[in-house]
Design a protein. Structure first.
Length: 159
């Protein structure tokens, strides 16, 4: 996803933050699904997946708190989890699980990077504190980057 224009309203910001919530829900649901195959995966991969699910849950809650200040609703996690399970069947091999996790982390990182650019290019006064909004999104983006790096290193170790 690429955001070409600055964010121009609270409504647009809420919708973009909701996309972030959905991305986090997808990462959380996929990581939980993969981690549940723990009998087929080694402890390092299971730990990485459980950490990713926990981190995504925290990111989701932070984004939902920002959205709440903008008076907009989010899609319930149980609905997204069901959709993810119905739509995506991941390869259960180690490489498939790690590749899936890497794609999720990189997608989230790119989204937050683009969103930050669109917010920073905007002169709109939002209904929430801009500094808090930007610092929250910057921290989440950096955590996604660190997650992608961790998965990449693990994949390289296993080559």
């Amino acid at each position: 996803m690429s955001l070409q224009r600055p964010v121009g309203s609270d409504h647009q910001l809420a919708r973009l933050l909701q996309i972030g919530v959905v991305l986090e829900e997808v990462v959380e649901a996929r990581a939980e699904k993969h981690a549940s195959m723990s009998g087929d995966l080694d402890a390092v991969i299971v730990d990485l997946l459980e950490e990713a699910a926990t981190e995504s849950e925290q990111h989701r809650k932070e984004l939902e708190a920002l959205i709440a200040e903008l008076d907009a609703e989010t899609v319930p996690f149980d609905e997204i989890k069901t959709l993810v399970e119905a739509q995506y069947e991941a390869d259960e091999a180690f490489d498939g699980v790690l590749y899936d996790q890497l794609c999720n982390e990189e997608t989230a990182y790119k989204f937050y990077d683009d969103l930050l650019g669109a917010i920073e290019a905007s002169e709109t006064e939002f209904g929430i504190d801009r500094e808090r909004l930007v610092s929250t999104l910057e921290r989440i983006r950096e955590e996604e980057a660190a997650g992608a790096e961790e998965v990449t290193e693990l994949m390289e170790e296993r080559e």
